[in-house]
Design a protein around this ligand. Sequence first.
Ligand code: GDP
Ligand code: MG
Length: 360
Amino acid sequence: MKLAIVGPAFSGKTTVFNALTGATEPLSDFSGGGQEHRRDVAVPDPRLDRLTQDYQAKKISPARVEFLDMPAYGGDKYFGDVRQHEGLIRVVRAFKSDNVPHPKDRTDPRTSWRQDLADLDADFVIQDLAMIERRIEKLEKSSQKPTKTQKEELEELALLRRIKPALEDGVPLKKSVAPEEQPKLAIFGFLTLKPLLTLVNLGDDDDPADLGLPPPPADDATFGPTDEVTIPIKARLEAEVAQLDEADRTSFLADFGLDEPIRGRILRLGYGLLGLQSFLTAGPKEVRAWTIRRGASAVEAAKAIHSDIARGFIRAEVVSWADYLAHGGWKGARDAKRLRLEGKDYAMQDGDVVEFRHGG
Ligand SMILES: Nc1nc2c(ncn2[C@@H]2O[C@H](COP(=O)(O)OP(=O)(O)O)[C@@H](O)[C@H]2O)c(=O)[nH]1
Ligand SMILES: [Mg+2]
């Protein structure tokens, strides 16, 4: 999973990056666009800890997520780069500081974050519209000639003409295009179709309610790719938290009324927004979490491990995570007849513990 951090200058993007990855990249000196940073992090997963213990595994391989802290906001190259990413984390500023300039001189944090978000929404719409217009223009010319691809070109042209008006009204494609039609548009990398998580960056002592933020969602696991989620973050605090060791972390968080570092939460939300889930494999050599689409079949899951396993697929032996816990592990679940033999088409569930049988 790859997530790009985007937003206006000095909103706290690099601070968020440091909070999410534990890096200590230098913050903006306000002279310009800033650097690009990239870092991979392990997705914390208590299920893996349990498996490691049960199997006395030598190696633990968590799922990984890559974060990219994008430099200066704006310009064709910037938006071209953003298009390459599977999901976006937007950061807008709601902290008050006389030392940190606002690129549009918006000084009241209670209102500025909403204006900044509205600007970002509008920019994304404009970028997507420009892309559609360029493509329509090109197709109008080329689809006149009878060629092998003429039929597809005409279909694409019709589709683009159909989705354009809503965008002209400022409606993101995620809202105007039916979910089952959205995959057809994947090749364009439209910005308003991207899974989106918005972080409103508060000062250390701010209360989200004072800034008009909606109460945080109760269950992070319920979100999917068509949802848009906005949550508060105290990025500067969280970046400090990321530098503490386990013992200090808990008391530091408690002092600020927080119950866990925000990284875990953002990863959970990211998984949901990108429509992803994990399944688990376990043995004495290695326990491992694998990332797949929600709704992926058993044979797709097998392919995530190795194409040979998918090719020679015989069956999947599956214990759900709930059964694994309820029966004290794989063997207990098997003795209680909770081990299931599933075929290629079985729809994988988050946390399934799996052994694939394959031949050849
Ligand atoms: N008070 C306060 N300042 C912050 C917070 N987050 C970032 N800043 C400050 O804002 C400035 C810009 O932060 P940076 O992460 O470099 O922003 P970027 O340009 O979006 O990458 C730095 O001086 C930070 O110390 C925050 O949560 N509270
Ligand atoms: Mg930066």
